[in-house]
Ligand binder design. Sequence first.
Ligand SMILES: NC(=O)c1ccc[n+]([C@@H]2O[C@H](COP(=O)([O-])OP(=O)(O)OC[C@H]3O[C@@H](n4cnc5c(N)ncnc54)[C@H](O)[C@@H]3O)[C@@H](O)[C@H]2O)c1
Length: 335
Amino acid sequence: MTDKILVTGGAGYIGSHIVIELSAAGYAPLIVDDFSNSSPSVVPRLSEITGHDVPCVTGDIRDRRLLAGTLSEHAVAAVVHCAGLKAVGESESRPLAYYDSNIGGTIALAEAMADAGVKTIVFSSSATVYGQAGSNPIAEDAPLMPESVYGRTKLMIEQLLRDLARSDPAWRVALLRYFNPAGAHASGRIGEAPSATPNNLMPILAQVGAGKLPEIAVFGSDWPTPDGTGVRDYIHVVDLAEAHVAALAHLQRAAGVTTLNLGTSRGYSVLEAIAAFERACSKPITRRMAPRRAGDVAICVADASAARVTLGWVARRGLDAMCADAWRWQLHRDA
Ligand SMILES: NC(=O)c1ccc[n+]([C@@H]2O[C@H](COP(=O)([O-])OP(=O)(O)OC[C@H]3O[C@@H](n4cnc5c(N)ncnc54)[C@H](O)[C@@H]3O)[C@@H](O)[C@H]2O)c1
């Protein structure tokens, strides 16, 4: 029988790409999403791309009754947990909302899973758990010192899931620390669609290219990097999604907790990313050099070798593909 996989936040940017790759790998994905940062219009697009009906339950993961009903009605085999709030700046001004949604949501989910006997979970963690502490490239055993409320919620959820797995060896947990997801599905039908002004580099570049934003602010031109701008490890969202499929397969073989970085092990500066986007959209991108932001780091690049060894997975798509796919999505997103 086809395994049913619940993707929380499956209508969001990363979750929607995971739904597609799960379906392509022969799983039957279903979604729980409250659409607080996504649109219901994503769901029919997912059915169109996958060629399968993608069931979607509208609701909040903190609603235990809704989760219990969903897990039992659909006989879910495992969960990919993407739902949560993710804006670093907002997390500083609304800490309780972030602790409630991210940690409260995960507790409600884990309780409902335990009650239903579903004890396999892949969690969307983040490189922000490392904060300033890591030397580069960052391996999984680097010190964990998140700088923001958002990062602390991610680290607390990791600890919560580790404690759960220690208390009951039936749990199988993958903690996947994403570096900088970027790009979109090659169809141009789904991509990153933030409800508010985007915080991430690629959607800002796309909106500047489309004339919806006047310019991109480059925070810091005096970092100790070759061109003075910050260096990040951008990973194509489809590569990221494929890693989740590999993680689920791994959890069938491995009990306990698996913690992995998901990146390319290759860094690009902000100026290199802008140049790549200019190539993709064939337009100049207006930029404004601005002072460094508090909490930013010069370089954040993954040592992704553990994911290669453990999952047999490597990121295959480069920065030009990320920019081309993000631009295609920008041009076609309203079609
Ligand atoms: N995008 C990134 O740069 C990045 C980097 C590292 C980690 N992550 C993590 O990956 C996950 C997915 O990120 P994304 O970029 O796809 O974000 P997103 O906002 O596009 O997707 C999250 C989805 O979860 C839903 N959601 C939020 N709170 C919910 C709740 N309480 N109940 C039900 N649904 C809820 C939203 O409506 C949205 O569809 C998040 O946990 C995020 O913290 C993202």
